[in-house]
Design a protein around this ligand. Structure first.
Ligand SMILES: [Zn+2]
Ligand SMILES: [Zn+2]
Length: 337
């Protein structure tokens, strides 16, 4: 066994599983009780650039040397990747039921500040704007890699959300196959488009804005709302009001507006829920836009205040104890630009 990640297919759920023994070696910032360990320096702080693999991109003053201080946002390959450019097959497949393939792809870490910030609400709007522009750039680069079909940006804040390092960062995974859940969502969006000749997300936005019971905030270009069938409490989507499939189509003006809205939303969640652990995802269309134009990108934010129990694991059916109408009422904000 190489310890390199391996993609295995589960024939019962038609899902792919990544077996990644290399991930077990990751350093942990958090103790089992959830508090921060202080016995080792933070690898993402300014001055510790040598603790990470060399940068693939950094926003830094022109002429300042790579992998030295001076940067504002820094992108490095993940030291413990779940996918990698040349991946080995872990165990020989060959048996009919046991399909596998090398876990090829890219896995990057976007370090969002040179100072030891731990929550998005500690960034200024300008800092968050630069982070969002970096997402746009990295997804654009992944799109041009013809080995890859799909890119996901996600953030984990706090141990309940799966973070192992406290210092504020996001991750981008570029994949050579479509995850089953994404495929299912695409199928529903495409089927709706086929029958109604309209984007399902555009229609949802229109309905949410006219009903106005789950809307958290609106701006010229974006709306934030708690979806009708939110799968977890306080889950909120931020989505562009005019149709756009791919996140990297975002304009500079939209990046500014999105930074202001996302920053304010996460500050609201910090206040209403007393600084919860949370995740957010940038869910964008797969890279082949000739096939996936009926998809509409969104940022999905969800605080981690409940966990999956036996029923959810058994059925995939989520139980949400907070109605999205109530969540929106608590999170609602108006001025943020
Ligand atoms: Zn740090
Ligand atoms: Zn749309």
């Amino acid at each position: 066994m190489s310890g390199m990640p391996d993609l295995r297919h589960d024939p019962l759920s038609d899902r792919w599983v990544i077996i990644a023994e290399n991930r077990a070696k990751r350093p942990q910032d958090f103790t089992a009780a959830g508090s921060r360990r202080t016995d080792r320096p933070c690898p993402f702080c300014r001055g510790h650039e040598g603790s990470t693999p060399g940068e693939v991109l950094a926003l830094r003053p022109e002429g300042s040397p790579a992998d030295g201080p001076g940067w504002r946002v820094r992108v490095v390959p993940n030291k413990y990747p779940i996918l990698q450019a040349t991946a080995a097959r872990g165990l020989p497949a060959g048996e009919k039921l046991f399909a596998s393939q090398p876990a090829t792809g890219i896995h990057e870490v976007i370090i969002e500040s040179p100072r030891h910030a731990t929550r998005t609400s500690q960034l200024t709007t300008e800092e968050l704007r630069e982070v969002i522009l970096t997402y746009r750039h990295r997804l654009g680069v992944a799109r041009r890699d013809d080995q890859l079909v799909y890119g996901l940006i996600f953030k984990n804040v706090g141990p309940q959300a799966g973070a192992t390092i406290e210092h504020l960062h996001s991750q981008m995974v570029g994949m050579s196959l479509l995850p089953t859940q994404t495929e299912q969502e695409l199928r529903c969006a495409a089927a709706y488009y086929q029958s109604q000749r309209a984007c399902i997300f555009c229609q949802m936005i229109e309905q949410e804005c006219s009903q106005d019971t789950r809307v958290v905030a609106r701006s010229d270009q974006f709306v934030a709302y708690c979806p009708y069938a939110s799968f977890s409490p306080y889950q909120t989507w931020i989505t562009p009001r005019t149709h756009s499939s791919a996140f990297d189509e975002l304009s500079d003006a939209q990046a500014m507006e999105l930074a202001a809205m996302l920053g304010k939303l996460l500050s609201q969640m910090d206040q209403v829920l007393d600084r919860p652990d949370y995740n957010y995802l940038v869910q964008s269309a797969p890279f082949d836009l000739t096939v996936h134009a009926s998809y509409h990108w969104r940022v999905v934010v969800f605080p981690r205040i409940t966990t999956w129990a036996g029923f959810e694991w058994a059925t995939g059916c989520c139980i949400n104890p907070i109605a999205p109408e109530e969540a929106a009422r608590q999170l609602k904000f108006t001025s943020f630009l």
